[in-house]
Design a protein around this ligand. Structure first.
Ligand code: ADP
Length: 376
């Protein structure tokens, strides 16, 4: 096996799409995968099955490779610091990743930086104290586990003490936030190199169903140019102040009264940036690789007026590759991306992107292609 240039921890679809970008750059990836047939293990030759919480498995993937990057944010920070002490360079580093791992730490830090966020309070891990604190904070409130939540798991809207008690668990760290009346959810992404160079992607709109991102429109339709600029400035500030390397996604609320507030951060390629594979001059996956390897970044501009990405969730169609001819016959303009995953209800198993000049047309085509792929 030829010596790898980049270690990647985690074998989901993000690592799979990093491999796609790595091919053109001649970057050889070594992968630590959760199982022998996970999404990225199917396409990265140099992989081994292991556990991202096991230091020895992390040492294997880091091997002689200087730079280590990630498919997810769940590698324990103490292991990353050990790898650093042993001469490896995790990008993003543990000092930055902390703010994508822990929503409480993130809220406190962003407030110090003056970045607009929902009002919040870190609750005591003692249930009775937390109930008292919530009385002062007020209802309704959004309760969030500070660590480990994803796709809306770990987020609850509570309207009274009884509901809060159902969520609060002795010893669990929970954050309370004001319930934001938002018009829509936006996302601002940047790529940042260790040397400080930054590329800023157009601000997109992300539409969710049942806590899962369903479709993304790039750029966000009818977004006030001042708000778009503010969103991009926030993403740039966060990347610089937290010293993020690689891709950063800043998920935002656009409030009913015309403000933007940060919801959360992701320090890796992000679902809301998948459109960039087919719709931008440089995809988020290529810029992630360039950024973590400290190579010059590519332009993040869209090359068509509109891109729409629709996620394909596990539905009626079980054999997705067998359905592709039908999809492409109906919508030849659709770019299909399959993740090689087993189809399970609601699981993200692929996405479809359509680019073009008229939003209504692009949206209709992308939805039709994704529906055909998902449910036949
Ligand atoms: P996850 O880490 O599971 O993605 P998020 O913090 O992004 O959790 O929250 C999931 C969803 O819950 C958001 O996309 C949004 O729709 C809703 N949500 C989160 N925080 C708030 C809030 N403060 N006010 C209103 N809705 C919220």
């Amino acid at each position: 096996m030829l010596a790898p240039h980049l270690a990647v921890v985690g074998g989901g679809q993000l690592a799979r799409m990093m491999q796609q970008a790595a091919i053109g750059l001649g970057v050889r990836i070594r992968l630590l995968a959760e199982g022998p047939a996970v999404s990225a293990a199917q396409v990265v030759v140099d992989h081994r099955v292991g556990d991202h919480t096991d230091l020895d498995d992390l040492r294997w993937v880091a091997g002689e490779v200087p730079v280590v990057t990630f498919d997810h944010e769940h590698v324990p920070p103490e292991h990353l610091r050990t790898l650093e002490a042993e001469g490896h360079v995790p990008r993003p580093g543990p000092h930055a990743l902390l703010y994508a791992q822990d929503k409480g730490e993130m809220r406190v830090r962003l407030s110090v930086l003056g970045v607009p966020c929902p009002l919040f309070e870190l609750l005591s891990s003692d249930v009775e104290e937390a109930v008292e604190e919530l009385l002062d904070f007020g209802y309704p409130a959004v309760l969030k586990t500070t660590r480990g939540g994803y796709d809306g798991k770990g987020v609850w809207v509570v309207h009274d003490e009884a509901q809060a008690r159902e969520v609060l668990t002795e010893g669990r760290e929970v954050l309370a936030e004001e319930l934001i009346d938002f018009r829509r959810e936006l996302c601002a992404q940047v790529a940042r190199r260790p040397s400080g160079e930054i590329e800023v992607y157009p601000v997109v709109e992300s539409r969710q169903a049942d806590g899962i991102c369903k479709e993304v429109i790039a750029p966000a339709p009818d977004l006030d140019p001042g708000l778009a600029q503010q969103a991009q400035d926030v993403a740039r500030t966060v990347a610089e102040q937290l010293d993020v390397t690689g891709m950063l996604a800043v998920e935002l609320f656009e409030t009913a009264d015309g403000r933007i507030l940060v919801n959360e951060l992701a320090m890796r390629p992000h679902n809301t940036g998948h459109w960039s594979i087919d719709g931008a001059a440089t995809s988020q996956f290529e810029n992630h690789l360039r950024a973590v390897l400290d190579l010059p970044l590519g332009p993040a501009t869209a090359h068509r007026p509109w891109s729409v990405m629709v996620n394909v969730l596990g539905g009626a169609v079980q054999d997705l590759p067998a359905q592709v001819p039908t999809v492409l016959t109906a919508e030849p303009s659709a770019h299909v991306h399959l993740y090689g995953k087993d189809v399970k209800p609601g699981r993200k198993v692929g996405h479809v992107t359509v680019v073009g000049d008229e939003l209504d047309d692009v949206l209709a085509r992308a939805r039709r292609a994704a529906d055909l792929l998902q449910d036949g």
